[in-house]
Design a protein around this ligand. Structure first.
Ligand SMILES: Cc1cc2nc3c(=O)[nH]c(=O)nc-3n(C[C@H](O)[C@H](O)[C@H](O)COP(=O)(O)O)c2cc1C
Length: 164
């Protein structure tokens, strides 16, 4: 037997990191807190990222064909929380966070532990999100630290959507 409660419990039990993803395309650059991300190929190294369908972030990835993932440190929840609301570049920073442009044109946060840049090879509709698969075409490591996970924040992005 299965019910919504069981589904929500198991889905909430899945393990995720918490990152700041960025994208450049269609004349804009944006950033968002992202948790639905995983490596999906060794050779070539590739990752899959899910971005809500009909959002600016999904449109920006689709337009530019590139995205970046900034690895953040445990303890940087406050910085990451600036990306819980839609963030588009309007000046030299992104939500007050300094960045450097990577090879793909995506913003790489100067306060992160490091970042990968990806070029999209595939996109798959996945319900209310679109899954973009991207080859890792560039990477930088800035400093050592314990990567931030979703569980560190006590937040959820998963389970069943609260429609109440
Ligand atoms: C903890 C957390 C994790 C999130 N993970 C994702 C994600 O994996 N994919 C995504 O598209 N949005 C994710 N979001 C949503 C965006 O980070 C952010 O809330 C969004 O930019 C707000 O814009 P919207 O109003 O267009 O959704 C997450 C939000 C939070 C709080």
């Amino acid at each position: 037997m299965d019910d919504d409660d069981d589904r929500a419990r198991v889905l909430h039990g899945l393990g995720y990191g918490l990152y700041v993803a960025t994208a450049a395309g269609g004349g804009t650059r944006c950033g968002w807190a992202a948790t639905w991300l995983m490596q999906c190929s060794f050779d070539p190294p590739a990752v899959a990222i899910a971005a809500r369908r009909d959002s600016t972030r999904a449109a920006t990835i689709a337009a530019g064909g590139v995205f970046a993932v900034n690895l953040m440190e445990r303890g940087q929840q406050d910085l990451v929380s600036r990306f819980y609301a839609p963030v588009e570049e309007t000046g030299p920073d992104l939500a007050g966070v300094a960045f450097t442009l990577g090879d793909t044109g995506c913003p790489l946060l100067d306060d992160g532990l490091g970042a990968i840049e990806c070029r999209v090879t595939d996109s798959v509709p996945g319900g209310d999100h679109t899954i973009f698969v991207g080859d890792v075409v560039a990477a930088r490591w800035l400093r050592d630290g314990v990567p931030l996970t979703l569980r560190d924040t006590g937040l959820d992005y998963g389970g069943l959507e609260d429609t109440s």
